[in-house]
Design a protein around this ligand. Structure first.
Ligand code: NAP
Length: 347
């Protein structure tokens, strides 16, 4: 049998279910889920049974200590990403950690430093970056097909969330910016190929939740691009992105969660106003992500070029600055306003 990467999943909530359902729909190459862990033994056993996973544990430690597990998938709320990623790395496991990677840049830097020191693979689970449409967007922009990028517009907001959801808890890294705003922020930085030097964010902080329930932000990049985005958990907006250049524009119809035959780029050139539609077929988004992970680990790489560590750190730095502009500080953090950005990532 060809070599595969053996996954252990910790935290069996909504995203763990969605990823496993995605794997059922499209089994990713070179990937096997061999163990799952929950704080609740019955829940872990039921989850393992549903998805035909051989081993279940009543703790996350059990998965991390399992010698058969190569990679720990951290599918926990945001405030638990750092501690459990560090525990998995300390045990010599590769890690795929959910987005947003950490509570802030400081935590993210610790996680990256630990993976580098231990020599293990680590990636932020931004599965949208593993879809081939993102590579095509980067290539199209870099080769100047729409001229110089001047404006980028992107949005990701959904309506409806329960008060007891972890996204509504300040101490757990809640809020729409962290939950979904991290996607447009990441996308705009990818397109600009650099980090912003100026950011502003405003929104509505819930009276009870104290986190941003809907918000909008602006970012200015040193190369001259300006981006605006929306995000939130209490209103539906367009889940699309558009890049405007001096010669035309690219509209991305399904940037974040593209179903296998949904992804397309609509490229319009100003000179004739004609739109060319480029379909970008791919596997299920979670299969794309798992195959990216497997390719890197089996190839001995510590980072995936789709989501390099510097990019994750740049996103966390930008989210920190946006969050502070919004007036959203975690317990124990000071409020401030200025981003440190401006470094090019060479993408
Ligand atoms: N990549 C994507 O497309 C995507 C989509 C949705 C969410 N996410 C990310 O995935 C992570 C988890 O989100 P989710 O929607 O799966 O959350 P969720 O449904 O609340 O599940 C999180 C799981 O974490 C465990 N947990 C441990 N301590 C917890 C605590 N104090 N509060 C709540 N849960 C706790 C629980 O698992 P046990 O009971 O089994 O221990 C829980 O089921 C977040 O970082 C989120 O941003 C990513």
């Amino acid at each position: 049998m060809a070599k595969s990467v053996k996954w252990g999943v910790i935290g069996l909530g909504s995203i763990a279910n969605r990823v496993l359902k995605g794997f059922q729909a499209t089994p990713p190459d070179a990937t096997q889920v061999v163990a799952v862990g929950s704080r609740n033994a019955a829940k872990a056993a039921a989850f393992a049974k549903t998805f035909g996973i051989p081993k279940s544990y009543d703790s996350y430690e059990g998965v991390i200590a399992d010698k058969n597990v190569d990679l720990v998938y951290v599918a926990l709320p945001n405030h638990l990403h750092k501690p459990w990623t560090l525990k998995a790395i300390a045990a010599g496991k590769h890690v795929l950690c959910e987005k947003p990677f950490a509570m802030n840049l400081k935590e993210a830097a610790e996680m990256v430093a630990a993976a580098k020191k231990k020599g293990v693979f680590l990636m932020e689970a931004f599965m949208y970056r593993c879809h081939p449409q993102m590579a095509l967007i980067k290539e199209t922009v870099r080769k100047g097909a729409i001229g110089q990028v001047r404006m980028i517009k992107a949005g990701f907001a959904y309506g409806g969330i329960n008060d007891d959801n972890t996204r509504m808890a300040l101490a757990e890294g809640g809020g729409g910016l962290m939950d979904v705003g991290c996607y447009p922020v990441s996308f705009c930085r990818m397109v600009a190929g650099e980090d912003p030097v100026e950011v502003h964010c405003t929104g509505v902080l819930g009276k009870k939740s104290k986190v941003d329930e809907w918000a909008a932000g602006i970012m200015r990049f040193p190369g001259g691009a300006v981006a605006h985005f929306d995000c939130g958990m209490m209103v539906n907006t367009d889940w699309t992105a558009t890049i405007y250049g001096t010669l035309g524009r690219i509209h991305v119809t399904s940037p974040w969660i593209p179903e296998p035959n949904d992804a397309k780029l609509e490229i319009t050139l100003d000179k004739d106003g004609k739109t060319k539609t480029v379909a970008v077929p791919a596997k299920h988004y979670f299969a794309n992500e798992a195959e990216t992970v497997a390719r890197c680990i089996l190839g001995g790489k510590l980072q995936a070029e789709e989501m390099i560590w510097a990019d994750t750190l740049g996103n966390m730095n930008t989210l920190d600055a946006l969050r502070k502009s919004l007036g959203l500080a975690w317990p124990g953090e000071k409020k401030g306003t200025k981003p440190k950005g401006g470094s090019r990532r060479g993408q």
